[in-house]
Design a protein around this ligand. Structure first.
Ligand code: ADP
Length: 477
C-alpha cells in the first residue's frame, strides 16, 4: 500500500513539477558552493604569493650587496626577517648558490643543504610559489641576483595560511545560511507551484467522476492552461457525440418497436372484431383476412429492411465484389418493377450512354437501384414518368433517377436518409413505406465509397444522383 502510494506520488504531475523545481533550484547552488570556495581560495593564494614575491624582490639588493647571501652578518636584516617571519607566523630562509641554507629565521637548519624542485628552478631565475594543503603553508621562492644579473641565491618565505581557513569557514557558514534559505524558498515555491499546476487537472478529474456517475453531462469550463481548455472542449465534443449516438440508438429502438407493433396491432384488431361478432358473413371474413395478409406482408417488409440495414451497419460487413454489367443489372431490376409502374400508369424510361462494367456487390447495389426506382414510382402521380440514366467517366459511373412525382418538402430533404424518416407520414403509410429504404441505399453506396445527392421540389418531382467508383478500392482498416 505504502509502495503504491509513493509510486503514485512520483507519477503525479504536481510532485514531478515540484521535484523539477527543487532540482533546478538547488543542484546548481550545491555545485556552485564548492566551486566558488575553490575560486576564493586560489585567488587569495595567488594574491598573497604575488605580494610575498614583491616583498622578497624588494630585499634583493640589500641581501646581495651586504653579502648576507654569502653568510655575512647583518643584524638589521636578521631582526627585520625575524619580524616578518613572525608576522606571517612563518619562516624565512636564505639559500646560497650551493643550495645551502645560510640564514634561517628559526636558526635551526643553517648549514643544511636543500634539494627541492622549486629552489632549483628559482636558482635558474624563476620566482615560484607552492601551497601545501596539508600544513596550510604558502611557500614562495625568489631568486637573488647580483648586479650582473647572475643568480647568487634564493630567498624563501613561508607564510601560514590559517587565516584563509578561517575566512573559508566564515564563507562556508554564510553559504550554508544561503543554502538553507534557498532550499527552503525553493521547496515552498516547488510545493505551491506543484499544487497550483495540478489543481485544474484534479478539478477536471472530479468533473469526469461526476460525469461517470451521471450527475453531470458536460465538463465545466476549466479556465487554466490552453492545453487543458482544449482537452475539455474536445472532451465535451466527444460527450456530445456519444449523447447523439445514444439518442439516435434509443430513437431507433423505439421506432423499430413502434413499426413492428403497428401491423401486429392492426392484425389483433381485425382478428378480435372477427372473433367478437357472431354470424360473420364469409365476405367479411375474406376481406378481413386479406387485410391481415397485407399487414403480414408489411411486417415482413419491415423485418427484411431492418435485416438489410443491420447487415450493412455491421462494421465488419463484407462486400462480395464482382465485375457486374451495370446496364444488364438495371434492365433486370426495371423489368421486375415495371408491373408496379404500369399499375399506376407510370412510364419508366432507361437511357444508357455506354456499356458499363463495374466492381460492385451485386446484391447490395441492386438494393440501391431498386429503392430509388421504387420510390420514384411510389411517390408519383398517375400518368407520371421516371427517367433513369446511366453514364460513366474513367473513374466513376453515374446513375440518375428522376421523377415528376410528389417531390419532397424543403425542410424534409435533409432527413430522408435517416432511418424510419418519412416526409409525408400519412401518405407514406398508405403507400406502404417503412422509412428504411433510403437509409439502406445510403449505407450501401457508402460501402462502395460512393456518393448520393438529391434535388427535389414539392409538387414538381425529385432527382437522385448516385456516383460510384468503377473499381472498388478497399478502405484501410
Ligand atoms: P419509404 O419506405 O417510406 O419509402 P425511404 O427511406 O425510401 O422510405 O424514403 C424516405 C422518405 O423520403 C419517404 O417516406 C418519402 O417521403 C421521401 N421520398 C423518397 N423518395 C422520394 C421520391 N422519389 N419522391 C418523393 N418523396 C420521396
Amino acid at each position: 500500500m505504502k509502495n503504491k502510494f509513493s509510486f503514485l506520488f512520483f507519477r503525479s504531475i504536481g510532485s514531478r513539477i515540484a521535484l523539477i523545481i527543487i532540482c533546478v533550484g538547488i543542484i546548481p547552488f550545491l555545485v556552485c558552493v564548492p566551486i566558488s570556495l575553490r575560486a576564493f581560495e586560489s585567488v587569495s593564494i595567488h594574491t598573497d604569493a604575488t605580494n610575498l614575491m614583491a616583498q622578497a624582490i624588494s630585499y634583493n639588493n640589500q641581501i646581495v650587496t651586504s653579502g648576507y647571501v654569502t653568510g655575512e652578518k647583518n643584524e638589521v636584516l636578521d631582526t627585520e626577517f625575524k619580524a616578518i617571519a613572525d608576522s606571517y607566523n612563518g619562516r624565512i630562509l636564505i639559500i646560497n648558490s650551493s643550495l645551502k641554507i645560510v640564514r634561517d629565521s628559526f636558526s635551526v637548519d643553517v648549514g643544511k643543504t636543500v634539494i627541492w624542485e622549486n629552489i632549483i628552478y628559482s636558482m635558474q631565475g624563476e620566482s615560484l610559489y607552492y601551497y601545501d594543503r596539508l600544513t596550510n603553508y604558502l611557500i614562495v621562492s625568489v631568486p637573488l641576483t647580483n648586479s650582473e644579473g647572475d643568480t647568487v641565491g634564493v630567498l624563501v618565505i613561508n607564510k601560514s595560511m590559517d587565516y584563509l581557513k578561517q575566512n573559508e569557514d566564515v564563507f562556508v557558514s554564510y553559504m550554508m545560511i544561503m543554502v538553507v534559505l534557498i532550499i527552503s524558498i525553493t521547496i515552498v515555491v516547488a510545493v505551491v507551484s506543484g499544487i497550483r499546476l495540478s489543481r485544474p487537472m484534479k478539478k477536471m478529474s472530479n468533473s469526469l467522476d461526476s460525469i461517470i456517475r451521471e450527475h453531470d453531462t458536460v465538463l465545466p469550463e476549466v479556465k487554466s492552461y490552453i492545453e487543458m481548455e482544449n482537452i475539455a472542449t474536445k472532451f465535451n465534443e466527444v460527450i456530445g457525440k456519444l449523447h447523439a449516438i445514444d439518442e439516435s440508438r434509443q430513437e431507433f429502438v423505439s421506432n423499430v418497436s413502434h413499426e413492428l407493433k403497428t401491423p401486429l396491432t392492426s392484425m389483433k384488431v381485425l382478428a378480435d372484431s372477427l372473433n367478437g361478432s357472431e354470424d360473420v358473413p364469409i365476405e367479411m371474413y375474406k376481406e378481413f383476412m386479406l387485410d391481415i395478409g397485407a399487414e403480414i406482408d408489411r411486417e415482413t417488409k419491415i423485418i427484411n429492411d431492418l435485416l438489410s440495414l443491420v447487415r450493412m451497419d455491421k462494421s465488419g460487413a463484407v462486400l462480395n465484389i464482382t465485375a457486374v454489367n451495370i446496364n444488364e443489372l438495371i434492365e433486370h431490376i426495371l423489368k421486375r418493377l415495371k408491373p408496379i409502374a404500369e399499375k399506376a400508369d407510370i412510364e419508366v424510361v432507361f437511357e444508357s450512354f455506354r456499356p458499363i462494367v463495374a466492381e460492385v456487390d451485386e446484391v447490395k447495389f441492386t438494393l440501391v437501384v431498386t429503392n430509388l426506382v421504387e420510390n420514384a414510382i411510389k411517390y408519383n402521380n398517375e400518368g407520371g414518368w421516371v427517367h433513369i440514366t446511366l453514364n460513366s467517366d474513367h473513374q466513376f459511373f453515374y446513375i440518375k433517377v428522376e421523377d415528376n412525382g410528389l417531390g419532397i418538402p424543403e425542410d424534409s430533404v435533409d432527413f430522408i436518409f435517416d432511418r424510419f424518416y418519412r416526409a409525408d407520414k400519412s401518405h407514406s403509410r398508405e403507400i406502404g413505406g417503412t422509412g428504411l429504404g433510403l437509409a439502406i441505399t445510403k449505407s450501401s453506396i457508402a460501402m462502395h465509397n460512393g456518393d448520393i445527392k438529391v434535388h427535389s421540389k414539392l409538387g414538381e418531382g425529385s432527382t437522385f444522383d448516385v456516383r460510384i467508383p468503377l473499381n472498388y478500392i478497399e478502405k484501410e482498416a
